[in-house]
Design a protein around this ligand. Structure first.
Ligand code: THU
Length: 130
């Protein structure tokens, strides 16, 4: 499961639209029904409208009726070359918290193929919700 998610996340690096930062990010989101939604970061000349890879994947899934998720794999690096772990930004953590339970898994991988695994609760404790 993890290796397939990482493979799909890595395969998204080539689609990253990042002419401003040149930092490419790929994500693969596993739904409870076994389907996988992928995403890449999509930047914008006005910067603010840019979208992270994780949110691209979540929004693709939610827009097709999926709302139950198990895990997300995320990789990234300058010019698409993975170096360090690429943890999700604060906005993406909050968006994940909208749909995912505390035990949702966030999977990260670096260039040495070392894997880090966190629950959403670990990365966003005491999160805000209504
Ligand atoms: N980025 C992501 O796609 N996900 C994150 O969680 C952090 C940052 C993107 C946004 C921007 O296109 C580039 O990485 C550099 O910040």
């Amino acid at each position: 499961m993890k290796s397939e998610l990482f493979k799909k996340a890595e395969s998204m690096l080539k689609f990253s639209y990042s002419p401003y930062s040149h930092f490419c990010v790929g994500a693969a989101l596993l739904c409870t029904d076994g389907t996988i939604y992928t995403g890449c970061n999509i930047e914008n000349a006005a910067y603010g409208p840019s979208n992270c890879a994780e949110r691209t994947a979540i929004f693709k899934a939610v827009s097709e009726g999926k709302k139950d998720f198990v895990a997300i794999a995320i990789v990234g690096g300058k010019n698409g070359v993975i170096e360090d772990f690429c943890p999700p930004c604060g906005v993406c953590r909050q968006v994940l918290a909208e749909f995912c339970k505390k035990d949702f898994l966030i999977l990260l991988k670096d260039k040495k193929n070392q894997v880090k695994e966190f629950t959403l609760e670990q990365l966003l404790p005491e999160s805000f919700s209504l």
